[in-house]
Design a protein around this ligand. Structure first.
Ligand SMILES: *Cc1c(COP(=O)(O)O)cnc(C)c1O
Length: 376
């Protein structure tokens, strides 16, 4: 058998999360955002569960190609658009829609020979100052695109820098609304944070929205865990990272555990060695307050540094429950235990000073991925 670490992808959770987003997004069509290999879940592992979406949005042409090979004939949107002129040939061939956010992309498009006009999403910089045209240039760029035979249809999009509070998004909405005003075309504004946090504002107060762009919500983590947890948002984890105990050590007061010998036992302890390290994507910088779940959900603290292939945990809480850890006992790093108890990825991310997004994207290729056939 291979090393016991597994990433289990929960089909039913993906479907559930998509439905949850669709409900919140009301009449808007949904781009399922599957960039970065579906946030680390594997495009092919999520495709079937998410095919109820209206389109897929991503960055990489080879991922777009994979979707076509898997049989997706619907819309695919390149969120960063093209990077070089020959990307346009692939867009023409695969029928990809692409974002236009800089002048170089427009130059390339105007030189592109195509029979079939492209569908583009023209991006406005509504205050985030990452991608997109300045509000003052936006309308003239729109007119230029509109006059090009290479362009069949122009949609309008922007992206929110913050979605914690209503005020955060109102400012960007105001810029978008003032700039786009009477311009025709479909609109796309909201990421998970806006869809789940402020659907009323985005859809009613300012501009009606035609397409939403959820990513993280589909994978069952919260866009902003300090406001609302994934559980409070009604989302289910789409990925569980589980491994097993591969070593047990009984340590006495004063004994040291792990690299650097800087973790000194203050009490007698049963240490479990878990087959999961930073080369699997578990963050080495995580705080010692981080916890894992033993089997059904007994919380155990890390004890000692996370190394490349292993980590060490204090199993005393397991003994206190009268349970006996053994080689092969299941350890859940995040997501669900096989009994369905959830250790939120957002909680683990918080211990590592990061966000759930980063952890799920960082699961290493060496981790075996399995599909969960069991409905949850
Ligand atoms: C990644 C991305 C999204 C999805 O964001 P989430 O916070 O994961 O919902 C939406 N729009 C754009 C342009 C993106 O790059």
């Amino acid at each position: 058998m291979s090393r016991p670490i597994r990433s289990i992808i929960h089909y039913a959770a993906l479907q559930h999360n998509l439905r949850r987003v669709q409900l919140k997004a009301q009449n808007a069509k949904v781009w399922a955002v599957v960039k970065a290999n579906a946030y680390g879940h594997g495009l092919k592992n999520v495709f079937d569960a998410l095919r109820g979406a209206d389109g897929f949005a991503l960055l990489d042409l080879d991922e777009a190609q994979q979707l076509r090979e898997m049989g997706w004939r619907g819309p695919i949107l390149l969120l960063e658009g093209i990077f070089e002129a020959r990307d346009l040939e692939i867009c023409s061939r695969l029928g990809l829609w692409h974002t236009v956010h800089n002048d170089a992309q427009i130059e390339m498009l105007s030189a592109h020979k195509t029979q079939q006009g492209h569908r583009v999403f023209l991006k406005l910089n509504a205050g985030m100052n990452r991608l997109g045209f300045d509000p003052l240039q936006f309308r003239s760029v729109w007119s230029r695109l509109n006059a090009m035979h290479q362009v069949e249809e122009i949609s309008l999009m922007c992206h929110f820098a913050r979605t914690e509070t209503a005020e955060d998004i109102m400012e960007s909405l105001r810029v978008f609304h003032e700039t786009c005003l009477d311009l025709p075309g479909e609109r796309s504004l909201s990421n998970s944070g806006a869809i789940l946090g402020h659907p009323d504002i985005v859809s009613k107060v300012s501009v009606a929205e035609d397409w939403v762009r959820p990513g993280i919500a589909l994978y069952g983590a919260s866009p902003d865990p300090h406001q609302k947890s994934a559980d409070q948002l009604g989302l289910l984890p789409a990925q569980s990272l589980r491994s097993e105990i591969i070593g047990l050590q009984t340590v006495r007061v004063g004994d040291r555990v792990g690299y650097g010998s800087d973790h000194v036992a203050q009490q007698n302890m049963l240490i479990g060695v878990v087959a999961c390290g930073y080369a699997d994507g578990y963050p080495r910088a995580i705080s010692q307050s981080a916890q894992v779940f033993f089997e059904g959900g007994v919380r155990c603290n890390l004890f000692g540094r996370v190394s490349m292939d292993m980590m060490t945990v204090n199993l005393n809480p397991v003994l206190e429950r009268g349970l006996q850890p053994r080689i092969g006992s299941e350890i859940t790093l995040w997501g669900n235990t096989s009994e369905g108890i959830t250790l939120p990825i957002d909680e683990v991310a918080n211990y590592a000073g990061t966000i759930g997004y980063e952890l799920m994207c960082a699961v290493a290729p060496r981790v075996v991925v399995e599909q969960d056939a069991v409905p949850i």
